[in-house]
Design a protein around this ligand. Sequence first.
Ligand SMILES: [Zn+2]
Ligand SMILES: [Zn+2]
Length: 161
Amino acid sequence: MSSQKGNVTRTRPQRHQNAFSFKNDKFDTSIQTKRINAKLHDGVCQRCKEVLEWRVKYSKYKPLSKPKKCIKCLQKTVKDSYHTICRPCACELEVCAKCGKKEEIVIPISNKLEKIDNVKSDEISNCKRRKKFEEQTSDELDFDIDLNESEDEEQDNHMQM
Ligand SMILES: [Zn+2]
Ligand SMILES: [Zn+2]
């Protein structure tokens, strides 16, 4: 075992410091970065969540400057970057808000922490109610950050109907 390469504990400093952990807030300590780092990727499946977390980690996550069009209800209701489906639709259809597939959602959109499981019909009606509510309070997620909206991101979001 001890003769195995790469399996030894180093006692001297590494010559090439290539093993540092990447931290995107090392130099950029702006509120925006902090906010993105703290973002909860809810309403998406495990795969999409990992993609979003990867983007955040490597500073490739660009917040939306204005809501994007939802591929389900065709309203400009998508407030999360890289999502293709708005929260009410994803919640109602029980699909991932990013890839649109019927995958298991890691962090459900429902922000009601009490009574998470059962009563599906109840949950759906909650969704509908919240849909109305969200329309009224559309500035709830204040992505007022002055970043260019990256339209090229549309490309990796397969438009599924
Ligand atoms: Zn929608
Ligand atoms: Zn997904």
